[in-house]
Ligand binder design. Structure first.
Ligand SMILES: Cc1cc2nc3c(=O)[nH]c(=O)nc-3n(C[C@H](O)[C@H](O)[C@H](O)COP(=O)(O)OP(=O)(O)OC[C@H]3O[C@@H](n4cnc5c(N)ncnc54)[C@H](O)[C@@H]3O)c2cc1C
Length: 505
């Protein structure tokens, strides 16, 4: 443990695990002025690359934490990704059509992302208690008593009003609560190596999935001189690849433009098994599961870390409202209602990608490659894929209409640079608008829209519940200037109707 720091005996939020999910939650809470304590069993932050791809939706959130700029400075702006056979590109999914201030795939090592989160936490006055392991959780009104062990072997108790289990796939928190983690652990194994591979073409700054008869190979440049990431599907039991193995994988599976290049050094390498599992609940009373503790799946598609960061974005402002602004505790139920269905869909999606990428059988592969090559000519298909992979399309409502409750708003539309709420309105701000709101006047909307601190449109009902502010009335007032739309009448109806559990708030 960092013995310079006393272990606190109580906190509002105990964050277990200082990975990307836990640190995003911790930074958000600190920025919102919520008391939190972060523990991690490791004595120091990990330095492995793991999640090398940060999606646009993640950048949109970390911009609110003042982290998007510094992370972009440290990374590479990937153009999207390609799928290829050994000789030709089959389909290219470009990100430049994504309607975001960040229309690119940021390529940056997970260790760098974590350093940025740690640094920001420090700037906000926080410090992670490292070498501190959660042993067990006991209910202790009005929260939990967490027994932890520090690196000196001493047992301590931290009383926490809320607990966030951000402690990875083998989550102790999940285990303590007895929450199931059903799913499967397919026989699939992947090898990953971060290597020196000089000569990466400057017009191919993006991950390339090569679908060869010998198996899948993903190659991507990484930030740093001549650095690259190589990932390959391998047989169960295969050891971590050596320099010779990586060169062999590139020769037998790589695309033609990669095959005339040689790996000069392997900086790190490992193998891992894919698990495809979603926790049966993301919440149990005052305790929540986030990130890999809640869902785990194939890393194909670069979604895992990004999804954990979005879990934290969803929960942080809700905890703030309950702890600091007097919101009903029931607000926290919407975390599971919004994030668990999203995780379930994600697992199906990444499963499909992995199945497509690892198809065996000559005829089946030929058919797949033909379909992939054909879809790139169908208008709208690659754009739809980039929306899906970039996580921009993720929402919690029943409607995908722009500015409908549950849809995501482009942060540039609302100048979102912090964790405030925004009222996006075509006219002047109403005089009784709660101070929690920033105001953006824009003709993009025909009626006022409230945007949550995670960038998602709130229903009029939620705004009323949290602020006592009648958005529907403001909408009606603004319609005296702007003609009514279906959406406004929808909001009025929503306001009058009781909350639907599981719907967008
Ligand atoms: C090879 C590889 C490549 C990947 N590529 C991508 C990618 O490109 N994009 C992407 O989005 N995802 C990717 N992922 C997945 C991504 O790495 C994970 O989804 C991400 O690390 C999960 O973050 P987390 O914060 O939920 O958990 P973790 O990063 O696992 O962090 C959990 C933390 O909890 C701590 N902890 C555990 N138990 C305890 C305890 N009892 N007490 C205290 N602390 C505890 C651990 O020490 C750890 O620091 C990849 C994964 C792998 C293996």
């Amino acid at each position: 443990m960092n013995n310079e720091q006393e272990l606190p005996t109580s906190t509002d939020v105990l964050v277990v695990g200082a990975g990307p999910a836990g640190m995003t939650l911790a930074v958000s809470l600190k920025q919102l002025g919520v008391d939190c304590v972060v523990i991690d069993q490791l004595p120091s932050p990990p330095d492995d690359t793991r999640a090398a791809f940060v999606q646009p939706r993640t950048l949109e959130y970390v911009r609110r934490l003042q982290l998007a700029g510094p992370m972009i400075d440290d990374g590479l702006k990937g153009r999207g990704f390609t799928m290829a056979d050994r000789e030709h590109d089959l389909v290219r999914v470009p990100y430049d059509t994504v309607d975001s201030p960040y229309p690119f795939l940021l390529i940056i090592g997970q260790w760098q992302t974590q350093r940025h989160l740690d640094r920001r936490f420090g700037e906000l006055g926080g410090s992670v208690l490292r070498g501190v392991r959660l042993l067990n959780l006991q209910p202790e009104f009005p929260g939990s008593a967490a027994t932890v062990v520090d690196s000196d072997g001493a047992l301590r108790v931290i009383n926490a009003r809320f607990v966030a289990g951000c402690d990875g796939v083998w989550s102790r928190v999940r285990n303590q609560l007895g929450i199931g983690f059903p799913g499967s652990s397919p026989e699939q194994m992947f090898a990953v190596a971060d290597v020196k591979l000089p000569g990466w073409p400057s017009d191919r700054v993006e991950p390339a999935f090569t679908l060869s008869p010998h198996g899948m190979l993903i190659g991507s440049p990484l930030p740093g001189d001549d650095m690259a990431r190589v990932v390959a599907s391998v047989r169960p039991g295969t050891p971590a690849p050596t320099q010779h193995d990586v060169n062999d994988l590139i020769q037998t599976r790589g695309p033609s433009w990669m095959r005339n290049r040689k790996v000069e050094e392997v900086l790190s390498s490992a193998t891992w098994h894919v698990h495809e599992r979603v926790a049966t609940q993301f919440q149990h009373d005052n305790t929540f599961l986030l990130g890999d503790a809640a869902h785990t799946h194939s890393p194909a598609g670069g979604q895992g870390m990004n999804t954990g960061i979005q879990d934290a974005a969803n929960l942080a402002w809700k905890l703030h409202h309950v702890l600091s602004l007097g919101a009903p505790v029931s607000l926290l139920d919407t975390y599971d209602a919004e994030r668990r269905p999203n995780a379930q869909k994600l697992i199906e999606f990444t499963h499909q990608i992995t199945m497509v990428a690892t198809i065996t059988g000559h005829k089946e592969r030929q058919l797949r490659d033909g379909i992939l090559a054909a879809i790139s000519d169908v208008p709208g298909v690659t754009e739809a894929l980039s929306l899906r992979f970039s996580q921009i399309a993720i929402g919690y409502g029943d409607s995908n209409e722009p500015f409908a409750p549950g849809t995501r708003v482009n942060p540039d539309t609302i100048d979102a640079d912090d964790l405030a709420w925004t009222l996006l309105t075509p006219g002047a701000a109403p005089p009784d608008l709660p101070p929690a709101f920033n105001v953006t006047v824009s003709n993009d909307v025909s009626h006022p829209v409230a945007v949550r601190p995670d960038g998602v449109v709130a229903s009029a009902e939620l705004v009323h519940e949290l602020f006592g502010f009648n958005l529907a009335r403001v909408a009606v007032a603004s319609n005296e200037v702007h003609p009514p739309t279906d959406l406004v009448s929808q909001q009025l109806v929503t306001h009058a109707a009781p909350a639907q559990h599981g719907g967008a708030r």
